[in-house]
Design a protein around this ligand. Structure first.
Ligand SMILES: [Ca+2]
Length: 377
């Protein structure tokens, strides 16, 4: 195993249903946080959308909201309540924008690749210069693929269920023997940050900021644990594609899908966003730092359209340059990683894709995006 090539792996990973129609924009979702909550109400902008929605996108009105999570039982890597990177809850304002109703699908990404001949990071052969300590035989293009273990294992080493699979990339999600036949409507995966930015520029869109993602995911509501409420399964109903069974041995697929699902198989949030929780992690534009919310809160004012910290830093892997992931994936479970909780944060090294990491795009209101990536130094 080329650990250098493997470095930066994030613990984060497949019908042909028609793409869902964007859901309706709901004027005033009713929900107010309790008086003792650190969450204030969400105050949505009142401005009507400027015309009809771009194809496949929904209107996010923007406004002021409380961002973050106080959930002490949240788990990352099987360690409950040890992260705290979504604290403190702080006030944020974001302008209105358009957002893709679903993660970018394989058929959408294929149009981009056909138009531009783009080659994703996972399809490029790693070089000796990039990974000087890796043995030459390991300098082979590929990506990271989740592999169930034969039996229960201590959840303390993700190399037990993640492998670097030579030849795995967006066209071959589980490796060279797999392909996209029948997976046209599945989220594209094995996407590095620059791959997502490349697609977004071509589509004259951009990646969401982390604040935009959370404002959109909360759907006008305030202080909820999940994008849909405070119960994981309201009325017994699964609201997102996550993992059931024994992690990482067997996903029993009680929610209808053992593994990745086509987009749009679960109810949308009040803004009409599908898969805003679960299925695949999604790239945001912001660099990751665990103390960024503290930085914003210390300013004592509402953070307006925050773009993320100027530089990345993750004390867990201080040499890795990471950006924010949001939403959790089909591998998230309360046994290991509960990052399907709406205010919680994910992170990933920028060149590292996997078979549960994808993205969706947004578009500012007004002149069409030029593709300028304001968050990139
Ligand atoms: Ca599932």
């Amino acid at each position: 195993m080329a650990t250098a090539v493997f470095a930066g792996l994030v613990i984060n990973r497949q019908s042909t249903a028609s793409p869902p129609a964007p859901g309706p924009y709901q004027e005033e979702p009713a929900q107010k946080p309790a008086a003792s909550s650190p969450f204030g109400p969400t105050v949505q902008n009142k401005s009507a959308p400027p015309g009809s929605a771009p194809k496949g996108m929904v209107w996010i009105p923007g406004g002021e909201f409380s961002m973050g999570s106080t959930i002490e039982t949240e788990a990352l890597c099987g360690l409950p309540g040890v992260t705290g990177d979504a604290l403190p809850v702080h006030r944020v304002y974001v302008d209105a924008f358009w957002m893709d109703a679903t993660p970018v699908t394989n058929e959408q990404f294929e149009k981009f690749v056909k138009a531009t001949s783009y080659i994703t990071i996972a399809e490029r052969t790693p070089t000796k210069e990039e990974f000087p300590t890796a043995p030459p035989e390991n300098l082979v293009a590929g990506s990271t693929v989740f592999t169930p273990t034969p039996g229960p294992v201590p959840l303390d080493n993700f190399y037990q269920w993640w492998r670097y699979e030579k030849g795995a990339n967006w066209r071959h999600p589980e490796g060279p023997a797999s392909n996209l036949t029948g997976r046209e409507k599945y989220p594209v995966v094995h996407i590095g940050y620059d791959d997502a930015v490349g697609y977004a520029k071509w589509a004259r869109k951009r990646l969401p900021t982390e604040a935009e993602f959370e404002f959109a995911a909360r759907g006008g509501q305030a202080g909820l644990i999940y994008a849909w409420g405070d119960e994981f399964r309201p009325g017994g109903k699964f609201m997102a594609n996550t993992f059931q069974g024994t992690f990482p041995v067997k996903d029993t697929g009680e929610d209808g899908f053992a593994g990745i699902a086509p987009v749009g198989q679960f109810l949308p949030n009040p803004y009409g966003l599908y898969d805003i929780t679960g299925n695949v992690w999604e790239w945001c534009g912001d660099w990751y730092r665990p103390d960024y919310y503290a930085q914003l809160a210390s300013a004592g004012v509402v953070a307006r359209n925050p773009q993320g910290p100027a530089t990345p830093f993750d004390p867990v892997e201080p040499t890795e340059k990471k950006r924010v992931h949001r939403g959790g994936s089909f591998l998230c479970t309360d046994q290991y990683c509960t990052r399907y909780m709406v205010g919680t944060r994910g992170k990933g090294e920028v060149t590292t894709g996997s078979n549960h990491l994808g993205f969706r795009c947004v578009q500012s209101v007004g002149p069409r995006e030029t593709g300028a990536d304001k968050t990139k130094p």
